[in-house]
Design a binder for this molecule. Sequence first.
Ligand SMILES: [Zn+2]
Ligand SMILES: [Zn+2]
Length: 294
Amino acid sequence: MSSDEYNECNPVSGWDLHCHTVFSDGTKTPAELVDLAYANGLHGVAITDHDTTAGWNDAVKVSRTRHFPLLRGSEVTAQDGHVSVHMLAYQYDPENEGIVDLFRSTREARIDRARRMVSRLSKDFPITWDDVMSQTKKGGETTVGRPHMADALVAAGFYRTRSEAFAGAISSSSKYYIPTPSPSALQVVQVVRQAGGVSVVAHPGDYSRNRILLSNEQIGALADAGLGGLEVWHRGNGTEERERLLGLARELGLLVTGGSDWHGDGKPNRLGENLTADDVVAQIVERGAILLVS
Ligand SMILES: [Zn+2]
Ligand SMILES: [Zn+2]
């Protein structure tokens, strides 16, 4: 296939480049992720927990045992003007000072925000910070966020499911909500580039996450700063948005990726429901600072 062709259609085989584990808000371990990707006949898989590399080592061990290829990545929450943006970052050097600083400061700000939000919630729902932390599968290693608050509310009997809690007290329009402090998307692109990695805007056409999406101009500016690609094949991107994003990728020379945004049992997304073509993965590996694990 030519480089034009593989960018145009949703691949029927390939890699799932967007997967969460217990190291963020997924319900399965990195080992279970790799095992399931292998069992499902994917060509390879990426681990992309929120704002952390903590699950990498566990995933690497199973990947090596199975000789099943693994890309190492993260999903970084960022902001571009009024738009909240998720940035996937792959194959960067995890010891790079810029990346380490970015994750550390984001993490500290997140914990502070989560504590303040739990204290607001606790006025009407008697849950404690410990109740929320006990919902994280990896304690202090987990990137704590609204899913864990939702789970604590479910455990305390206020809601039946995580989704119900998200539609209620955990909703971004509730009076308990505090926005997540985030670096700018431009900063993330620059830091990831300096750390030798490839950055990709996650689900850029998903109106269920954002009332306003990144404009063509905003994506153009990120591309100028070294953005690597756009996650076109994602369940949240509508047909029209996919067309717009494919056009932009063509125009700006960006890679087109796909991923399921798998969270184990935490969300209905099925592992491998959207995929990235092998040729695109090869380019990510070639540009990346670290070796492909296999
Ligand atoms: Zn996301
Ligand atoms: Zn995600």
